[in-house]
Design a protein around this ligand. Structure first.
Ligand code: 13P
Ligand code: SF4
Length: 305
């Protein structure tokens, strides 16, 4: 990797008073360069409290939109405009309005992996690290609509004992991970503990020892005395797990668990982003104001782990 490239980024970053936020699924070089890496909740909190003028968001569109909604006065840049999240596009605001009309009086909880328009139609937003706590905070006599991830939704139903109306969305990367992948990884590494993301399918989750968001996986691996782990989530996180725990072993449940959108951001694109203000995220104020209510409720409820 060229030092000049890194130097140019660092010089421009300073000149523009910019902060670089990167999700745990980004390529290793981007995670290493970032000022903060984290899961969706951690990055949203960082975006809401930073005093930088510019946020370079190394993640996908819904994350950059979330940062813009939480910090409307800041310039938020997504270095690759085509870094989307297929799950977020599995429900439109119109579809959600129709569902709400069928279940009048229901509260809507949307996973942060959703568009700004869908957030604007929701009462609460959540991430995989605080979804259980968000749902537990809701009155017992209310119906709950949960969108768009059916797998995170089922995990929340199980943990809270509440029935919810689920939308059939899913993450294509996480549903790639199969029961067979876990079984064969376990037979190769019989002493390893399986950490799976709640976006995985139910049979995979049944074979896991712990169900955790990416931020929770990093904390768990650091704190625990366990020496070997099988990781059932997007493989980008393995870079940081290994960097933070050089004496522990991490095996991907499958090397196919790659989110192509998370891999679109490179150091070169970060430099272009800083040089040419690419690509500035704009969220319509009427949408942003309503979405912010759901997001503010999300960052108020911190997870127990
Ligand atoms: P977390 O990092 O919040 O666990 O989310 C995973 C994910 O799929 C983000 O797109
Ligand atoms: Fe979306 Fe899945 Fe990629 Fe996360 S890993 S950004 S949920 S497609």
């Amino acid at each position: 990797m060229s030092n000049t490239l890194l130097e140019k980024i660092r010089t421009l970053k300073k000149a523009r008073n910019a902060v670089i936020l990167a999700h745990n699924y980004q390529i290793g070089e981007v995670q290493d360069l970032a000022d903060f890496t984290g899961d969706s909740l951690g990055l949203s909190v960082q975006a809401s409290k930073t005093d930088a003028d510019v946020i370079i968001f190394c993640g996908v569109m819904f994350m950059a939109e979330t940062a813009k909604i939480l910090s409307p006065q800041k310039t938020v840049l997504l270095p690759e405009i085509n870094a989307g999240c297929p799950m977020a596009n599995m429900i439109t605001a119109d579809e959600l309005r129709k569902l709400k009309a069928k279940h009048q009086g229901a509260l809507v909880v949307c996973y942060v992996n959703s568009t700004a328009e869908v957030k604007a139609e929701s009462d609460y937003c959540c991430t995989s690290s605080n979804a259980v706590e968000v749902v537990n905070s809701l009155p017992n006599d209310k119906e709950i609509i949960f969108v768009p991830d059916q797998h995170l939704g089922r995990f929340v139903c199980e943990r809270t004992g509440r029935e919810m109306i689920l939308w059939p969305g899913y993450c294509p990367t996480h549903v790639w991970i199969s029961e067979k992948d876990i079984e064969s990884a376990k037979s190769e590494h019989p002493d390893a503990t399986v950490l799976a993301h709640p976006e995985c399918t139910e049979p995979v989750k049944e074979l896991a020892d712990q169900l955790l968001s990416t931020g929770q996986m990093l904390k768990f691996a650091k704190k625990s005395d366990i020496k070997e782990f099988i990781i059932a989530t997007e493989i980008g996180i393995i870079h940081t797990l290994r960097t933070q725990n050089p004496h522990k072993k991490f095996f991907a449940a499958t090397e196919r668990a790659v989110c192509p959108n998370m891999k679109k951001i490179t150091l070169e694109k970060i430099l272009h982003s800083l040089e040419d203000n690419k690509y500035e995220i704009v969220v319509e104020p009427q949408i942003a104001d309503r979405a912010k209510l759901a997001l503010d409720r999300m960052i108020e409820i911190l997870p127990k782990t």
